[in-house]
Design a protein around this ligand. Sequence first.
Ligand code: ADP
Ligand code: 5GP
Length: 199
Amino acid sequence: MLHRDAQRGTYAGIVVVSGPSGVGKTTLCERLLKKERRLKACITATTRRPRKGEIDGKDYHFVTPAEFRRMIQKGELVEYVRLFDNYYGTPEQSLADIFERNRYPLLRIDVQGARRLKAKGYKGVYIFILPPDVKILLMRLKGRSGKSAGGELLKRFRKARTELRAKDEYDFQVVNDKLPQAVRDIQNILKRHLFKDRR
Ligand code: ADP
Ligand code: 5GP
């Protein structure tokens, strides 16, 4: 299942994780990456400022708007979106590096980006992360370190509610209630639907 279709310029064997802001995607992905050596995080590019503790090249490639525009113009991004007044996009090079190492790329991207990759023919496992309920989602958003300012928080919460409506477009849904259980649920999905096809 892990391969590049050179003719179409697409990849098979990607793992996409989406879900509303604050649902726990970053936390879940970090845990998953520690347990699953076959996976590797696909580092995406963004024009947003780093949050406290975030490292350039590890959490994101933090770039200027001019640099991001250049990446778009040169066709270096397989998809990109504008979110919360910032741009986010997946560089083809980030995917290529992971495939070269024979690992499965883990992409933590939003609903629009996931739609775009699916429409382009990128094959793999598309997973949507759900909160146990909306109140808990708001609590997590508020509680996240490097707290968002009030306006920013409201924007993220509004978008979160819209994003939740896209859950049925995904192959799998995982509720992030207790973290260890959610990690196990994802591992089971990968075992059944991705790793079994390894060539
Ligand atoms: P996202 O990447 O989806 O925006 P984060 O991973 O940053 O979300 O998580 C948002 C907040 O929720 C963080 O403070 C994180 O520690 C907390 N969190 C994540 N998963 C859980 C969980 N299962 N139970 C309780 N808190 C969680
Ligand atoms: P954050 O600012 O909280 O790190 O991310 C905001 C949203 O952008 C999250 O839903 C995250 O999954 C999404 N995101 C991060 N990188 C990309 C990307 O390259 N493409 C798309 N489409 N979304 C991304």
